[in-house]
Design a protein around this ligand. Structure first.
Ligand SMILES: [Zn+2]
Length: 174
């Protein structure tokens, strides 16, 4: 892993940013670079993933239907748009991060996010709706609820590593 300290921070402009670059070989996908940036001054953090080989705009669709599916690896770049129909969408934006995880990690992340969002919610209807989603996610996390995960990535740097995952070309809007 390469590490460079004392770089200028894009947020606070102090020379207190540490950059790291790591490479990992992902079976059935290839080599990926994992970049991260962290500032000790202001706490700014950013991570991203990039495939070594140029990729085409891609859409991945995967159905989670068993406990085994929870171990399926997911590579999400900062441009990856994750949709879990009837549950949530993770829209790429300026603070969107790239990471390597698995289905369990992704669903847990979504669960934590919903959990945090309804904690201070006062509207009982919204709260009820949130609980319903959490229940669904909890069932999916033990393999007893079917869920679909869709990742669209115009950079092509995202992937779902499974024989069951369906890869199609992403139609880009012009
Ligand atoms: Zn900073």
């Amino acid at each position: 892993m390469e590490r460079i300290e004392g770089q200028p921070c894009p947020m606070c402009h102090k020379p207190s940013c540490t950059l790291t670059e790591d490479a990992q070989d992902i079976p059935y996908f290839g080599k990926v670079f994992i970049f991260s940036m962290q500032c000790d001054g202001c706490g700014f953090k950013k991570a991203d993933i990039e495939a070594a080989e140029t990729q085409e705009p891609v859409k991945w669709t995967f159905t989670v239907e068993s406990e085994e599916d929870l171990n399926v690896r997911i590579i999400k770049s900062s441009e990856g748009y994750v949709k879990i129909p009837f549950i949530t969408e993770i829209i790429p934006g300026p603070d969107s991060e790239g990471y390597i995880t698995n289905v369990e990690g992704l669903l847990t992340q979504v669960k934590d996010r919903i959990d945090a969002s309804i904690e201070d919610e006062e509207d009982p209807e919204v709260k009820k709706e949130g609980w319903k989603l959490l229940k669904k996610l909890n069932r999916a996390l033990v393999g007893s609820e079917k869920l679909k995960i869709i990742i669209e990535d115009p950079s092509g740097n995202s992937a779902i590593i499974s024989d069951k995952a369906v890869k199609t070309k992403l139609k880009t809007q012009s």
